[in-house]
Write a protein that binds this ligand. Structure first.
Ligand code: DON
Length: 560
């Protein structure tokens, strides 16, 4: 596209007020299908997922295959050395969540980090959950042999895959950045250098061997077998805390999904230790009686109510949320309509509340930038919403020597400094302090919306604490504002997380008048880019699936 044309398209899209205004030059990557649809950040992984569906696999089979494939083709966040949450909506029966969040090793303790520690250290690594989590989901719902779902990833690692410009750039940035270990530079550099170009092929022989071991030996190959030995050797080389016992003790858990309703829709999300499902439910319950549609999607009033709802919900998140296997999290209260409605009553319709006025009981004294979300649905109506991460982009930057995979730095998601909650957004409250075997609080919000038992929307996002607000706005755009999926995904998003006391908005230019009004109400508004939300919607009339990859990043939707 010429520059002139791009500017013209941008102007039209801004005038329509419906785009993120991030990459309007990118064509929408939508797909429709009736038998199956997959949407994810990595095109080769989407192809793997579609091939599994076409070969007779179901949505969970495809999701397992996509997750392993992305561990090869999207190393910034796709992983076997990290963790995440998978929400599964079966055609009949209750949705469930596979919690494969990392766990703190046995030798960890609340004050193990000092202010001089960095995220690139062996002790920032949590015990990974991905391989056990995928195996648990497969055991419950899978229909194809496990091996068949891991082998496509083996092939991508062994034979390599062609880098697009974005992945090439991302690898180069990683390799020349300060976070990449020597081994990571060897594995992810082009002959050890940040010289990748779009069209080059990345081959990962060590990772291929690891994945083949997992294909042949199942999850035990990772947690107790030969991969575990390499893992522990890596830990020992850098004073890491994870032992063979920690790996052997890792448990993925199947849990009931968090559930709320919004105007007759059922909304399902991930339970604690994710804060995503609970905080999303709280916000939806606060907003439900407000009739935002009548106020207009981009009116200052609607934006103000969204911001004030977010501010309050995130304060509750900081106060209460942590690993419910360790601390009492009042889930029933936080997801109840009554609690939400009482909290919403504290909103002044004309004025921003100061974040400091909320949660005065919390004594006052950052998150990484890569996670990835994908969705799958099959012809039976089985749907998967999966978000997983290494925490930072490329996690700790550490690659297990000889095993070819990156390690997370998820310990950074615990409250590093007990008691230190500050105006910059650092949280030090008790529920999320480190303890051996505990899972660290997450914002990952894989979400499924259904009506009368039929899936209507599958969504989720990366972006640290912004994730929950991204999911909220995609859900509202579809169910409250009746936007078609493409418009719902493209629409500018805003973010407020209690502290820092500021609003970040993708629509500052497109909605300048509304922003002026918000500022007059006392909001501090800045511009930013929020995370991508690859999503699937189902047309209730025809049953057709619509997949929309988010243009904020590269991605692909494919259906048939
Ligand atoms: O679990 C969490 O909430 C974070 N580890 C997610 C980090 C993240 O999304 C960074 N991404 N863009």
């Amino acid at each position: 596209m010429t520059r002139g044309l791009a500017v013209a398209v941008l102007a039209i899209l801004i005038a329509l007020g419906t785009t993120s205004a991030q990459r309007p030059d990118r064509p929408p990557t939508d797909a429709t299908g009736t038998k199956g649809t997959v949407v994810a950040v990595s095109p080769p992984a989407v192809d793997v997922g579609v091939a599994v569906l076409k070969g007779g696999g179901n949505a969970v089979d495809a999701a397992v295959a996509v997750a392993f494939a992305e561990a090869v083709t999207y190393p910034a966040a796709g992983n076997i050395g990290g963790g995440g949450f998978m929400v599964v909506h079966p055609p009949k029966g209750s949705p469930v969540v596979f919690d494969y969040r990392e766990m703190a090793p046995k030798a960890s303790h609340p004050k193990m980090f000092t202010k001089d520690d960095t995220w690139f250290m062996h002790k920032a690594v949590g015990v990974p959950g991905t391989v056990r989590g995928l195996a648990l989901a497969h055991k419950k719902f899978g229909s194809k042999p496990w091996k068949d779902l891991v082998l496509p990833a083996v092939e991508l690692a062994e034979k390599g895959f062609v880098l697009d410009d974005a992945i090439a750039r991302s690898l180069n940035d990683f390799v020349k950045g300060k976070g990449a270990s020597k081994e990571a530079v060897r594995v992810f550099g082009k002959d050890g250098k940040p010289d990748w170009k779009g069209g080059d092929r990345l081959v990962q022989p060590d990772l291929a061997v690891t994945l083949r071991r997992i294909a042949d030996g199942g999850p035990d190959a990772f947690y107790t077998g030969p991969v575990a030995d390499l893992f522990v050797a890596e830990m020992k080389s850098g004073n890491g805390l994870i032992t063979k016992d920690d790996l052997a003790a890792y448990e993925a858990k199947e849990r009931p999904a968090i559930h709320t309703t919004y105007r007759g829709y059922d909304v399902y999300g991930a339970p604690p230790v994710s804060s995503g499902g609970v905080t999303l439910a709280l916000m939806l319950n606060m907003l439900e009686p407000m009739d935002l549609k009548a106020k207009g999607r981009w009116s200052p009033q609607t934006l103000h109510l969204l911001i004030e709802t977010m501010r309050r919900a995130y304060a509750e998140r900081a106060r209460y949320l942590g690993d419910a296997d360790f601390v009492a999290v009042p889930v029933a209260k936080l997801t109840s309509k009554d609690f939400a409605r009482e909290l919403a009553k504290t909103i002044d319709p004309d004025k921003a509340t100061k974040s400091e006025e909320l949660a005065k009981d919390i004594p006052l004294a950052k998150e990484g930038d890569s996670t990835t979300h994908f969705g799958v649905i099959d012809g039976s109506g089985l749907a998967v919403s999966n978000t997983y991460t290494l925490e930072n982009s490329y996690g700790s930057g550490l690659v297990v020597r000889g095993a070819g995979f990156l390690l997370n730095n998820e310990m950074a998601d615990f409250n590093w400094f007990p008691g230190v909650t500050d105006r910059t957004g650092r949280i030090g409250t008790e529920p999320n302090q480190i303890a051996p075997g505990k899972r660290m609080l997450s914002s990952m919000t894989p979400t499924i919306v259904a009506k009368d038992g039929q899936v209507r929307l599958v969504t989720g996002s990366p972006g640290g604490r912004t994730i929950i607000n991204t999911a909220l706005q995609v859900v509202l755009n579809v169910v409250e504002f009746d936007m078609p999926l493409r418009e719902a995904v493209d629409a500018p998003r805003l973010h407020m997380q209690w502290f820092p006391d500021q609003v970040r908005f993708e629509g500052v230019a497109a909605h300048a008048e509304a922003v002026k009004r918000l500022e007059a109400m006392g909001h501090k508004v800045t511009s930013h880019r929020q995370g991508d939300a690859h999503s699937i919607a189902v047309d209730p009339k025809t049953g057709t699936f619509v997949g929309a990859a988010d243009r904020r990043i590269l991605g692909k939707a494919a259906g048939y």
